[in-house]
Design a protein around this ligand. Sequence first.
Ligand SMILES: *Cc1c(COP(=O)(O)O)cnc(C)c1O
Length: 395
Amino acid sequence: MKKESGYGFSTRAIHTGNEVDKETGAIQRPITLANSFQLPYDPTTMNWSSADGNLYTRNGGCNQKYLQQKIADLEGGEDCVVLASGVAALSGLFFALLKQGDHVIFSSVTYIAVYRLFHELFNTKFGVETTIVDTSDPANVAAAIRPNTKLIHIETPGNPTLQISDIEEIARIAHENGALLSVDNTFASPYNQRPLEFGADFTVESMTKYINGHGDAMGGAIIGKKEYLDIVRAQSQVNLGGVISPFNAWLIMRGSATLPLRMKQHNENAMALAAYLESLPCVSFVAYPGLESHPQHELARKQMSPGYGGVLSFGLKDADHDTHNRFVSNLKLILSAVSLGHDETLIVFLGEDDERQYLYPEQFSNGFFRLAVGLEDVEDLKEDIRQALEKTGLL
Ligand SMILES: *Cc1c(COP(=O)(O)O)cnc(C)c1O
C-alpha cells in the first residue's frame, strides 16, 4: 500500500508494509529470523554483495524490507534503508556520500555522534573538510559554502537546545550550490514534520525513539531517492554491516502502528508541561518550539504540524550543581535516563560543563534539564515536578 493510495497518515502507519502471510494466512507478517535463503540452480553468476533479492540477511532481511516500505511511505520518500540504530543510519549515509576532499557543513546543535563523526573522525581519518555552523540562521550556512561543499546536515528541532533550522531555505542554499541536504527528524517524527516535503534530499530517523515508541528496540532509517540509497545499501549495509536484526525490525513495525496516536499525546503533554514550567517562578527558561516565547516559534509553525514533539529543555534559577541533582532524585514518577520517545517520561541533567556548551545559547550555561515527555496523565507529571521542586526547596 503506497501513499498514492490516498489514505491518511494513520491508515498508512497501520497498513503499509503489512500483508496477509501467504503460507499461513496470518494477518500480521511473521518474523523471519533465518539469516540465509535458498540459492538458485546456478548461483555462480550471482553478485554476493547484492541487496536486491533474498540472499543473506545482511544484504537485506524480510522484516527490514517490510519496515522500509512503511517508513518511506510515512516520510513521503521514494526509498528507505533501515539500519541497526539511528547512528548507524547517520554514519552509513555520511560514509556512502562523502569522499576525501569533500566539504560538509553541519549544525552546531546535533546528536552527539554527529559532532564526533564530523568534528573528530571524518576530518582526521578520511580528509573530509567539516564546518560547524549555527544553522538557525540560514545566512550562516550560505556563508560557509565552499566550491567542494557536498553535504549540509541539520537537526531540527536540535538536541538538546530545541533550536529550529529552516529546512526549505537551507535546501534552497544547498541545491543552488550543488550540495545535498540531510535532516535528522528524530525529535519531530514524520507525524509532525516531513523534511522531504520542504526540499531535503534525505531524512534520517532514530527509530529507537518515537517511531518504535516503547523504549525496547533500536533502529535507524534513511529516507530519500533510490539512486543514493542504493549506494547506502551497497556500502554501509552490505559492506560495513550495520544491519538491523529481524526482531528489532518486527518490534518497530509493531510499535509504529500507533505512532500517530502516541504523537498526539506526546505533543499535548509536552505543550502542557512547557506552559506549566514557564509559569513557575523558579524556572529560568523553557525551550520548546510550541511556546510563543521560543525565538523561532513562527518558523516551527511553518514546518511542523500538527505539533512540536515531546522533548523540551528547561533551567532552574539560582540553582547550584547539587540542587539540580537533588531535584531529579526527588522525582517519583519521572525517571532519570537518556533517550526519548518512550511511553514513560525521562529526564536528564546536562551540567554546566557539557563539552558543547560553547555552542549553546547563554541561558543553557548554568546547567539544564532535557525532559522527554511521555504518555502518562499530564496532571500526574505536573504534580511530580511540583512536589520535587517543593522538596528541593525551590517552590
Ligand atoms: C537518539 C538520537 C540519535 C541516535 O539514535 P540511536 O538509535 O540511539 O543510534 C540520532 N539523532 C537524534 C536526534 C537522536 O535523538
